[in-house]
Structures are given as C-alpha cells and as structure tokens.
Design a binder for this molecule. Sequence first.
Ligand code: NDP
Length: 618
Amino acid sequence: MNCEPTKTPDDIDIPALRERYRRERDKRLRPEGSEQYVQAADGFAEYAEADPHSPPVVRGPITAEIEVAIVGGGFSGLMAGARLKQNGITNFRIIESGGDFGGVWYWNRYPGIQCDNESYTYIPLLEELNYIPKAKFSDGSEIHGHCQRIGRYFGLYEAALFGTGVRSLRWDESIKRWRVGTNRGDDIRARFIIMCVGSTNRPKLPGIPGIKSFKGRSFHSARWEYEYTGGDQNNPVLDKLADKRVAVIGTGASAIQIVPYVGRYAKHLTVFQRTPSSVDRRGNMPTDPEWVKTLKPGWQKERQRNFHGWSFEAFPPGLAAQDAICDFWTEINRNLAAKLEAMGNPQLPPEKFFEMKEEEDYRVMERLRRRVDSIVMDKTTAESLKAYFRFACKRPCSNDDFLETFNRPNVTLIDVSEQQGVERITEKGIVAGGVEYEVDCIIYASGFEVTTRMDRRLGIQPYVGRNDLSLYAYWADGLKTFHGMTAHGFPNHFYTGFTQAGVGGNITAMYDQQVTHIAWIIKEALARGAVVVEPSKEAQDDWIRTIHETAVDMTEFLLECTPTYWNNEGGGKGSDADRKKKLRFIFGEPYGPGFYAFDDLIRAWRDKGDMAGLVLGK
Ligand code: NDP
C-alpha cells in the first residue's frame, strides 16, 4: 500500500500559536505537581485492589524456594517466563495480583477498550505463536486472549501465583536470595527476581477533596463495574445506565474510548475535562487476508522497526523505506519525509531540520483542531475540545465516535481548565466552577501512577538490596543502573521498563528486548556456577556516563509541554529552574543513540561472552 502524506493547513500563525500553547500550559501547572494525585491505597485502596473480574483467590500462605520470581504477569512478565523457559530455566513463579495473566489487559475492560497502537506491531510473539490479529486496532479482549495464549503456549499457568500482590522485597545476604513477601503472607525465597511491573499498573485518583463523601457509585476506569452499568466487555450494552446520571472525570486515552459508550446509554453524561486530548480519525480495518498471505518470516520484527522509524525517530526514514503503518502515529515524519524529498533531500543543519519538524507539528495539530470544528456542533464545546500543545506532549488518540458524542443532547462537556481541575466532590456529585453537578455515578478515568514517586507506583515496602539499601532512595536523585536492567548493591535483581535502556515506539518490543537479555544473563550465571550476579560499581558508573553523554536533551521540549504524567506534571508550578529539577520524562533516561543501537550494543555484549561489568559470585 502506498502511504501518502496528509494535507495540513498552511494558513497558521506559528508565533501566535506558540504563545497560545504557553498560556494553555501555564494555566494548568499546579504547585503540587504530581503530588496532587491521591493514591489508590489505604482509605482509597478499593479503587485499585478490588478485582471485579475474578472470584477472590482463597489459599493459605506458601513457603517456597525457587530460582526466579517474576513480579507481574502482563506482557513483560509473560515474555520473561517464555524466555526463561527457552533458556532451560523452569523453576520460577510469576506473581500477579490479578486473577489471570494480562496486566493492563486483564484489569482494563472498560467498554470500547482497544489498543491505540496497531495490533500487528504491538501484540508480541505473533509469529512465534502463529496468530494474526483480527483488525488493525485490536479490542482489549483479543489482546487479553493473546496473553492467555502466551501463557498456555509456554506452559506458564503452572508457574502462576494469581491474586497475589508483592508487598516487600528484601535481599537476604545470609542465604543469597530475595525474600519476597506478599499480601497472602507467603515467604518466597527466590535466587533471582525480575521486576515486570509495567508502567500503567497502579490506578491513581485525582486530587479532589471530598472523594470519600460521595454517596453514589464510583469506580476507576481500570476496574470497570459491568454489574452496575450493564453489559460486558464483549457486549458493552450499558443498559443499566438508562436512568443514571454519570460523570466521567478525565479525557485521556481511556476516557476517549469510554465516553462514546457511556454517552450512548446513560440518561445523562457529564464529562469533566482539564486538558483535551488530540483525537484523530481511527479508520480501523479488518485484517486483509490477502496481505496476510504476503507475510514472510521475520515480518513482525521488520514491521516493528518500520513503526519505530516512522513514529519515534527524530529523523524520518527516507521515502524508499515505505511507511507501512500509515496512521496518525507516523503522520509528522511521513509529511516531513515528503517535504525533504521535494527539496532533494538536502543535508540540513539540525536547527533547520527541527524548525521544519516543529512547523509540521503545528500544522498537524491545527488539522486536528479544525477536525473538531468539523464535527462538534456547539462552538463553545468545540473550542474546549481543541488541543493546544505539541503532538508528543500528551498521548495522541484516535477515535471515530468521541467528538461525535458531544453532539448528543444527553452529553455535556464541562471545561475545568481554568480551575485546574474539578474543585470538590460532595455527597451528591461534583463541584466545578462553583456549580454542583448531581450525578449517580462517577467514573474516574484519571490515569495511573506513571511518573509519580516510585514507592507510590510499586506499593512495595520495603524494597531493599544489600545492607538494607532502599531502591527508592538509591534511585531518588537519578537512575543508577548497568544497561538499565541491573543495579549495584542489588544482587540478582533485574528491572524492566523505562530506565537507562533503549526506548522504542513499541513498548512490548522493548520488554522483549530486556527480558531476552535478562534470561540470557541468568542462564549464563547459573551455567558458570554463580549464585550471585551484580554489576560492579565501575561498570555502572561507566554506563551512567554513557547515558549522560549520549542523552538527547528533552528538557526544553518537556518544559514547554502542557503538564501530564509524560513530563511529571511539568515539574509543577515555579521558575523554569525549579521545574527543570522536578521534570521527569516518562521514558526514563534512555540510551541516546536509540532502541536499535541499544539492541546492537547488548547483543554484541552477549556475543562477546565475558559478561564484562557483571561480577559473578559463587
Ligand atoms: P491519563 O493520565 O492519560 O488521563 C487522566 C485524565 O484525568 C486526564 O485527562 C487528566 O487531566 C484528568 N484529571 C486528572 N486530575 C484531574 C482533576 N483534578 N480534575 C479533572 N481532571 C483530572 O489516563 P488514561 O487512563 O486515559 O491513560 C493513561 C495511559 O494508559 C495512556 O496514556 C496510555 O499510555 C495507556 N492507555 C493505552 C491505551 C491503548 O490503546 N493502548 C488505551 C487507554 C490508555 P490532565 O490531562 O489535565 O492531567
């Protein structure tokens, strides 16, 4: 398929837009930054810990001595289990708080849930398991089904400890093992631990006074209560909402998918929006069987690389490398590549190139704002729904029903940007702009602990390595790792996610890269008779230096962005110098040369075989 550049408006006033972006950002910066959010713990634990999808697991505490404990049973934990098995390691458990595998795809079952990244790149191990998704954008149930398929294929169900949340992690030097404590009183002594906790694992609540006083029904988007709304994930007919006034708080990627369904079924829906998302056309399509016939071995990795290049790399691949993805994620680079081609692909100085890229960003965002005008009939509502920030400041969305929902007579948008959010929750409803909106149900589509404090995100206390060193304290002023996956002072400890590793456009490919590496290290350490493996301080210092020397400085971009969890709420309100100190980038401190350069680097490290930088102890 030939993927053409899109037509974006050229009648735009960039200096005026830049100013507008700043104004919109400034009015949303809050002094408390990410501390504004309420943890779904203690008095609010029911918003995270209640499991509406499975009967409670009833079992007594277990005592076990195992080779590896994998913490988390989402895609990263599943792939860790698969890669361990492929390396001949079978004595492991996957400890998962949900009642099944799936992670975010287990917990998030709200109506309309789909993956926003195309399924052919996002859903991992398609070739290994010989599975082709049904459509470009998969439904959540299909993705969850694939998690179960991975579990069955690799025999991981036998290793699972479901309904079990890890609550403490302590390195025990006397037995050279990790003591893994859980909410079930288990005593698990694991030689190695692999942390596969994901990045959107823990729901958070908005910092709104009075949440507890509300007398109606309320739940978080990641714990959808179909028994209250009617319907189920595969048949989201929310018929029990027919006589209900429902509020949705938030307009992030989850809400964009939820709002059309609640709007269709509720007596009245009020959406409280602090910052709009950019919402493009979805254009989902069933998988073309003729295309499937053309796929050659290695196609998924090739496609993931194509997606990464067109959506994530600063410089677009040349036009010769066709944009196989051809959707909203790849538009800016695609348009840019066409413009560069028309100019004869000159060697531009970086400032000139980034100026062109910024201009295309303004044009694409303007196209999306005009899209709002072309769909939403009420002018004030349309104005509120327009996103004034750069494309990559907040997670871009696509949906064919979200904007349309605001044309329904039973749906109201309340713009709370001037008040920096909803003011208060009362017994009867929600107060915003001094007005009380009475509702029967509040749905918190308020996101997850992503760039908030690490101890909040994990809910594991204590989390300590050698000499009672807390990982939270150790990483509080910056990550300290070797290759992003191990840390000095934390023997036999492997971390996955956004640390100091390679970051790509496709999170599941990143997890596979990391767990493949980790499984190799564990196999080699055991084969060499080691019981302890840990990076030397020198190797770690070298890696941190490499990370800093190769870093692509995102500070100015993140400072300009509207506050979201992507930039740790913009570092809060304050001087630029203060904000800079508190900015945290969702992607951690990635290896500057990029995801595939990192892949080359760790492959070469493995091929060399001397495990340089790691100290093996007997
Ligand atoms: P987000 O964090 O993106 O959105 C939370 C929403 O709550 C925001 O609109 C936020 O406003 C709003 N909010 C927070 N506090 C207040 C307040 N006090 N008053 C009013 N509004 C408030 O969470 P989501 O669950 O939507 O998405 C999280 C991530 O999960 C996505 O970015 C994505 O990575 C993933 N996801 C992926 C999907 C997929 O397709 N693969 C689908 C859905 C989610 P503000 O923006 O102003 O902070």
